[in-house]
Design a binder for this molecule. Structure first.
Ligand code: ADP
Length: 540
């Protein structure tokens, strides 16, 4: 057979050749909604490749982006990757110190940024000595020389170059992208994706039991390109010629609803908090979703209320997915099998709420603390391990040393069960699981039940030290604005839904539950804030 290197430039070539008129719609950072096509995106990405070469960027060099989901950002990805340079996505929600650390560690030579982040970059640029150029993803009219006098203008760079530029022609194992994990423990570590791993991830996620959209779909990735590659949608949508809608900086319920309806979106993907905001907005304003058919939800566990809200109020199918930066990111997705599709709606819901099953290309196993394999019986929980052609083998620059076990599996840091059909349930993150009397309590499960209380806006469960039981669960509740409650009300609400010994020893009402850079509850910070906390029983 032919040796046809799996490089991602071929994806946009394909889209431009066969779906050249298909639209790419963005809510621009400047404000208005702007329209372009795969043909245009392709031509401009090639111009950008020429501009990068003119700036001295060569194969293997790191080029960073600090940007929202827009067509210009898509052009930048392909323009960088097409010439064998590495596109490094920066997460603007990180603390400035962490951003500087990551830019230095990656030795980024150019940073492409949205206008939004100019003040941040101006303040910290002295701490990014490897960066030779800052390029603002805007036109001359919107440049801000007052804020950043020597920044380059994206539109000017692109306009000055021809649209013919050779892409690809290198080994499929050439690095294409770089993304750092948010580093909830220690310094952030880089995951270096190859062209091959991205290409294979694209093919796998396009399976009908995975994301499974096609040329008749309109796809809106709300999940940011800086968060685990927008779950690969910037590759998979052009790969099949789906219309692509990009939300720019506005992720609130009203803005997302406007795009969903205005652009007749059929498929979307985001973390639970985004969908919670959207469903809240729809409820408060008695609005409908008239075209949306399917949403993928992942990044943290989806609460039942969201699945029901989409299904019962709007006829939208929810696909719950699990993944992580180290898995490109998609690891599992909860699509029913024939046996499950034949069950009642309520029984199907049990499966829809799992994190899902692995597609071809993802291998899972569970281990106990002595590295023995555990059974796939849907009940035994253990350390979740993953292997496959788009799973990390080692971190960028070898940080953290050897990260695979003897069988080549990567430890996810999650604790899970797996049933006989492969449906995986995350019980907890290994570091968040509550160890009580030698048994494990899932903080996530209690949180998801508690947040179903109509007065709760956000809930977090952490373990508090206990002299006899080691740890006991404490529930933190942030109430909806204007609501009042007491611990008893929440305990009664949980009663019967969880085992008695899982019942929180205390319920605390708090003004704020901190979220980390990828929109997840920041348990590390909560634990820090509660380091002097003593259980009401005095821990006795
Ligand atoms: P970070 O570690 O910075 O949050 P990732 O986005 O890579 O970055 O997070 C991966 C982790 O997110 C997983 O290891 C898992 O703990 C959690 N996660 C992802 N999807 C889900 C899900 N559907 N349910 C529960 N946890 C999830």
């Amino acid at each position: 057979m032919q040796d046809w290197p799996l490089t991602v430039d071929k994806i946009l070539d394909h889209a431009a050749r066969w779906h050249g008129d298909v639209e790419v719609v963005s809510r621009s950072v400047e404000g208005p909604i702007v329209r372009t096509t795969y043909g245009e995106v392709h031509a401009r990405a090639k111009r950008l490749s020429n501009a990068l070469k003119a700036l001295g960027i060569a194969r293997g060099d790191r080029v960073a982006t600090l940007a929202w989901n827009t067509a210009r950002h898509v052009e930048t990805w392909y323009g960088v990757m097409g010439i064998g340079a590495v596109c490094h996505t920066l997460n603007p929600r990180l603390f400035a110190e962490q951003l500087c650390y990551i830019v230095n560690h990656a030795e980024d030579r150019v940073v492409f940024t949205d206008l939004t982040f100019l003040p941040l970059l101006q303040e910290h640029r002295a701490k990014m000595p490897s960066v030779e150029h800052f390029v603002v993803l805007t036109d001359e009219a919107h440049m801000r020389p007052d804020l950043f006098p020597d920044a380059l203008c994206y539109e000017t760079l692109v306009a000055a170059q021809p649209a013919d530029c050779a892409w690809g022609g290198f080994d499929e194992n050439t690095p294409a992208g770089l993304c750092y994990t948010s580093g909830t423990t220690g310094n952030p570590k880089g995951v270096l994706y190859s062209h091959r791993s991205n290409f294979l991830h694209t093919l796998v996620t396009l399976g009908i039991d995975v994301m499974g959209f096609g040329a008749r779909d309109t796809v809106l990735p709300v999940v940011p390109m800086f968060h685990a590659n927008a779950w690969g949608i910037v590759f998979s949508a052009p790969a099949v010629g789906a219309k692509l809608v990009l939300p720019g900086p506005k992720l609130d319920g009203a803005s997302i609803h406007e795009l969903l309806e205005g652009e007749a979106v059929t498929f979307s993907a985001a973390v639970p908090t985004v969908w919670q905001m959207l469903l809240g907005h729809l409820r408060e304003n008695a609005l409908r979703l008239s075209t949306l058919k399917r949403v993928v939800i992942g990044g943290s566990a989806v609460p039942e209320a969201i699945v029901r809200g989409f299904r019962d109020d709007h006829g939208v199918t929810v696909a719950h997915a699990w993944g992580m930066t180290e898995v490109s990111p998609l690891g599992t997705l909860a699509a029913p099998t024939a046996r499950i599709a034949a069950l009642s709606a309520d029984e199907q819901l049990d499966y829809a709420l799992t994190q899902g099953r692995p597609p071809i290309g993802v291998e899972l196993k569970l281990l106990d603390d002595d590295n023995n394999r555990l059974p796939h019986d849907g009940a035994t929980f253990g350390r979740l391990m993953v292997s496959g052609p788009f799973v990390v083998g080692r971190y960028f620059k070898g940080e953290g040393g050897v990260i695979l076990d003897d069988e080549g599996f990567f430890e996810t840091g999650d604790v899970a069960t797996i049933d006989r059909d492969g449906f995986m349930r995350i019980t907890d993150r290994a570091k968040d699981v509550i160890k009580s009397g030698g048994e494990w309590i899932s903080s996530i499960e209690i949180e998801n039940l508690a947040v179903g209380h109509p007065k709760a806006a956000l809930c977090a469960v952490i373990g508090a030290a206990h002299p006899k039981w080691d740890e006991r669960p404490v529930l933190l509740v942030k109430l909806e604005p204007g609501q009042k409650s007491d611990p008893e009300e929440f305990l009664r609400f949980l009663e019967g839904k969880i085992a008695r010994w899982w019942m929180p020893d205390d319920v605390l009402f708090v003004d704020d539950i901190p979220l980390g850079a990828t929109g997840k509850i920041d348990k590390k910070l909560i634990r820090e804030r509660m380091k002097d906390y003593v259980l009401p029983s005095g821990g006795g």
